[in-house]
Design a binder for this molecule. Sequence first.
Ligand code: ADP
Ligand code: ZN
Length: 719
Amino acid sequence: MSQFPSLEKALKHYFGYDSFRPGQKQIVEQALKNQDSLIVMPTGGGKSLCFQLPAMLKKGLTVVVSPLISLMQDQVEALRNNGISATFLNSSINSWQVRHREESIRNGHTKLLYVAPERLLSEKFLPFLDLVQHQVGIAGFAIDEAHCVSEWGHDFRPEYRQLKLLRQRYPDVPVMALTATATERVRQDIIQQLHLQNPFIHIASFNRQNLYYEIRPKAKSSYTELLLQIRQAKGAVIVYCLSRKGVDELTLRLQKDEVNALPYHAGLSDEERSVNQTRFIRDDVQVMVATVAFGMGINKPDVRLVIHYDLPRNIESYYQEAGRAGRDGEPADCTIYFSYGDLKKIEWAIDQKSDEQEQKIARQQLRRMIDYAEGTDCRRTIQLSYFGEYFAGNCGKCDNCCHPKPTEDWTIEAMKFLSCVARCKERFGMNYIIDVLRGSKNQKILQNKHHELSTYGIGKDKTADEWKFLGRSLIHQGILEQSTDGYAILKLNGLSWEVMRRQRQVFLAIPTQKKVTQEEKNLKKAGMEVLYERLRALRKKLADDQGVPPYVIFHDSTLKLMAQVQPETLLAFGELSGVGSSKLSQYGAVFLKEIRAYRQEKGLSVATDNGKIETPAPSTTQLMSLHLFQQGLNVEEIAQQRNLKPSTIFVHLAELWEMGETVDIDKLVSPERQKVIWKAMQEIGNAELLKPIYEYLEEEYSYGEIRIVRALWREKQNN
Ligand code: ADP
Ligand code: ZN
């Protein structure tokens, strides 16, 4: 710990962040004191950092237990991009790789190891762990998704129960358990099952401050609205539908409208699902249309919009699903399109359940969901109260707080509606009543002679949807009853008669459209959008070069800062939140170049010394690679020894060369191969983007080799 004057400095160095999220600092401090802990934070709260930073500051290996293979890989990639030596062991790698990684661990080169519980507890692995403990020490165990130990949780995994063995075997190694599950029962279970000793407990608020919640009425025009929302979204979008059929239809429709969308549901093959998911994570495709099966195992932090195109079943699942938006803490929107038609579908599904108790619970939950959708109170207050958390309201980030619905006096309309129900002798459903009110020539009405009623045709001034809105609202205000025998016959009650006798008024909250947020306006005003988009495109290219998701390079928030601050030196660039020392050396120069190009095109001042961007000094990690290279190791060997990818080593060496260090280029790329690559660059006429060159060469030459030759090319251009 001594190398950093404060935890904030260490945070900036390794992760590039300026400040801790709520709770993180205390948690890290406790971890450094080797205290057991239980961390409960909502999705996106920043749990990983709570064990990753201590891992960097403590001696020895930190072992992270994680149930999901795809998540493991993502986390390790993100860590490596921060220059942190992390690795994982699971069934996706071969025995040669396993041996190699184990060796790197035993040599103390690896700080963080991700491993699935079944491997960790296997008879072969435990002796290895003993060896590690003996040779380099185990700094701590982090148990991610710790609710998996509990039968009360939503994702019980029996193998998690065995994890208490760790406590018995390594009584002095601290354990940190982490989860996003909110219930008290699960928390107690985690403490008991894992034998946590006098743990430090941190329970964060479940209020996700960066999310904007809204409900929109679902009508015929909703598809157009949805399309507009997607087109305006600055990034990835998830649209949830209730059924596979719904998913397929909507995907097709969006694709026809030239939206880059893919489906995800249980009807697709494993392979298709996994391909679609990866394309979404990597921003190759903007929109994922999915059933709620999608989203459990991904931690894409930069989802900007989650739409529920059908009504969610209950508030808890809604909270979790909508919570997949904005994990990076940046503003994101969560919209539900709500229609009474959907309600019918869910009610029907509930009726099919055979267990009466289950039916009852499902109905209660649905009831609360409807109250939420129809309510005029702050959405956050309702959501959080569901988790037993008190929230005073007026969050300023939900439709009800931002655009309080004007309440209108609809007493006269209600009187018309109710008396029509009375005159039809309380024997019909909603649509029939509305037909009568609107003077329909429907056969059934004529047969029943209802065209002779005094209420026939008195409601032509309102649309059927408006009448329906009133009817539903009367039901939910308890002013009208609806039979539950499947026929949904409307019946009057005491309150109905009060209205008809003018003893009670009826008010309706009329839904309104969402306005453009202040932040969107600000961004537009400054014309920064254009630069932001350019930086996004650059990020995507860099990510593709490395085969990683874009957020691994920089988060949206960091790109936004770049677009706002428009730094012109590496020093200023390094100060942006999200730029740590490793990312500064890897990406600083390229992004500065893009910003500079933008400013020049706009005719803005550009700080230069002779038109050259200040060259960075080599970073420690680059120098380590260089050192090994000069000792005669080849790229593969350096990569192995440093537990990095060969492509990263190529990046190091190319950049070192560009900084003026001595690197024997011919040893990296043979002169014959250099020539071919050079020729391709001449053909293309530009070498800034590697991908076109890579493709031009029909993938016969690696990105690393192309990168090296590009360094030569750049030198030629500058002279
Ligand atoms: P969780 O596991 O709790 O859902 P993560 O650990 O994935 O959350 O963190 C969510 C996102 O927030 C990640 O993209 C992470 O990099 C980012 N993050 C974490 N801590 C900070 C911080 N102190 N400042 C800025 N961003 C942070
Ligand atoms: Zn609110």
